[in-house]
Design a protein around this ligand. Structure first.
Ligand code: KIV
Length: 280
């Protein structure tokens, strides 16, 4: 049975840490499905780690839908959240149309969008239409050209603003909010003042849960390990070693072997070649 928003709310009430991981395709979703991780984010971070862009900005809604569909085919248990891509939720009407597509065509259970007080009317509109919304505050990657990639909320006005934003999202009906790259003590203060879960990334240990990017924790993307993440494996090195071995075996003719190959009755083959006896 698929995890529900009520299950996640209960986890917050019970003080159970809420784990979320990004996934962008069928294969990775299948792997998540074999774990007890309850939440998948099909993040527009796929713009960087899958598509090779410098930011999330080039990602389109159609691309998000494509990836959400692949993830949905790969998992039965986690609740799947799909990111609203840049410029798809500038007005409540536009947001309703596009979030509707993400749920209807993609098949995910919730959308996530970036922004605070200014987006509260949009969140309310979606929630009233039956579309669950996860908020996203702090470093909001779609605003990278305005705010740069740095820790947010370090001065009094900005810290106050972030608290107001979080309360506004909750008031508008968001069921959770991602806090990205903000000071740990501020994330704790926000978490203590909200009844909905906060999911941190670069926001310390006192959020209700944590989200990380698949490629970061598995060592698949870059050689640099940013401060907000931890590399649990270096799969890029594993894959590189496997590919090198594979290439070696092909060149040495030690792969494929007879065991990897199909057989044909020699008489059948001789018959089939009877009219073509010349070799190139
Ligand atoms: O797109 C994404 O992966 C995200 C996470 C970093 C929270 O928004």
């Amino acid at each position: 049975m698929r995890v529900t928003i009520s299950d996640i709310a209960r986890m917050k009430r019970d003080g159970e840490r809420i784990v979320m991981i990004t996934a962008y395709d069928y294969t990775s979703a299948r792997i998540v499905d074999t774990t007890d991780i309850p939440l998948i984010l099909v993040g527009d971070s796929l713009g960087m780690v899958v598509q090779g862009h410098q930011s999330t900005i080039p990602v389109t809604l159609d691309e998000m839908i494509y990836h959400v569909r692949a993830v949905m085919r790969g998992c039965e248990r986690p609740l799947v959240v799909g990111d609203m891509s840049f410029m798809t939720y500038n007005t409540p009407d536009e947001a309703l149309r596009n979030a509707g597509r993400l749920l209807q065509e993609g098949g995910c259970q919730s959308v996530k969008l970036e922004g605070g007080v200014a987006f509260a009317p949009t969140v309310r509109r979606l929630v009233e239409a039956g579309i669950p919304v996860m908020g996203h505050l702090g470093f909001t990657p779609q605003s990278v050209n305005q705010i740069g990639m740095r820790v947010q909320g370090k001065d009094v006005n900005h810290a106050r603003q972030l608290l107001d934003d979080a309360l506004a999202l909750q008031e508008a009906g968001a069921w959770a909010v991602v806090l990205e790259l903000i000071p740990a003590a501020l994330a704790q203060a926000i978490t203590e003042r909200l009844s909905i879960p906060t999911i941190g990334i670069g926001a310390g240990v006192h959020c209700s849960g944590e989200v990380q990017v698949w490629h970061d924790i598995l060592g698949l993307y870059s050689d640099r390990v940013p401060r907000h993440t931890r590399r649990y494996r270096t799969l890029a090195a594993e894959i590189q070693a496997a590919l090198t071995e594979y290439a070696h075996d092909v060149r040495e003719r030690s792969f494929p072997t007879d065991a990897n190959s199909a057989r044909i009755d020699p008489a059948v083959l001789a018959d089939a070649l009877a009219d073509h006896t010349e070799l190139a």
